[in-house]
Design a protein around this ligand. Structure first.
Ligand code: 13P
Length: 255
């Protein structure tokens, strides 16, 4: 495993006090276990809790990210938040194209591309999510879906721009049942060669979908897995830090 990147997506969870308690415990446990030195850890709280979390991250190596952004830098877009705003409150990452954005809020590949370009304009590192639904998998459309979701992104590649690709099979998100290691291996092999073939060999490829403290080591042992995008388990400090530790162990055994 290359230097791991572990991202917490808190989704629409945590009231202000809960966010403060959660980040404090994550910082405390990470320090106790000396988990500061390898790889990257990113917390993506709800927008309104970003500043609270940021104030607890002073003097730590843990980074901040937004869960979404709009395609424009400012203006009459009621209810939206721009990449520039995220940057200004201390974020260095932003998740774009999460399956919940695609399915619940109707975002298509064109919007996801525009958000990615906007994130770059604002000097943020976009974490671009791709993944097939259960129906698409059953219809043997997985590779077509992944190719389509990444197709226009690949055409806009600029090697100087950093981004992260997150494979999140929709059927494994929030179900408690992660994809099997063989399924992750096949998808990551496919995505890795797609990315490499489009000048994106520098782009880390992380897995998301029911990653937890118990299955993390097995998932990190899969070839071409460079980290994880964690939902449910990132809301419990002990579980999230155990996942970070598993990524460090996996990194150590391969270097
Ligand atoms: P779960 O870890 O709850 O399955 O969520 C995954 C996810 O959607 C992270 O973005």
């Amino acid at each position: 495993m290359t230097k791991p990147i572990i991202v917490a997506n808190w989704k629409m969870n945590t009231l202000a006090d809960q966010a403060r308690r959660l980040v404090r415990r994550i910082v405390e446990l990470s320090a106790e276990q000396h988990l500061d030195s390898v790889g990257t850890v990113v917390l993506c709280p709800p927008f309104v809790n970003i500043s609270i979390v940021r104030s607890e991250l002073t003097d730590t190596a843990i980074e901040l990210g937004g869960q979404n952004c709009w395609t424009e830098p400012y203006g009459a877009y009621t209810g939206e938040v721009s990449a520039e705003m995220l940057r200004a409150v201390g974020c260095s990452y932003v998740i774009v194209g999460h399956s919940e954005r695609r399915t619940i809020f109707g975002e298509d590949d064109e919007i996801v591309l525009r958000k990615m370009l906007r994130a770059w304009e604002a000097s943020l590192i976009p974490i671009v999510c791709v993944g097939e639904t259960l129906h698409q998998r059953q219809m043997h459309q997985t590779w077509d879906v992944l190719r389509r979701q990444l197709g226009n992104i690949a055409q806009h590649q600029d090697r100087s721009r950093a981004w992260v690709c997150a494979y999140e099979p929709v059927w494994a998100i929030g179900t408690g049942i992660a994809a099997e290691p063989e399924q992750i291996e096949q998808a990551h092999l496919y995505l890795r060669s797609f990315l490499d073939g489009h000048g994106c060999s520098h782009v880390p490829l992380i897995y998301g979908g029911s990653v937890n403290a118990n299955n993390a080591a097995e998932i990190f042992a899969v070839p071409n897995v460079d980290g994880a995008l964690v939902g449910t388990a990132s809301l419990v400090a002990e579980s999230f830090v155990a996942i970070i530790r598993a990524s460090h162990d996996a990194h150590r055994t391969t270097t």
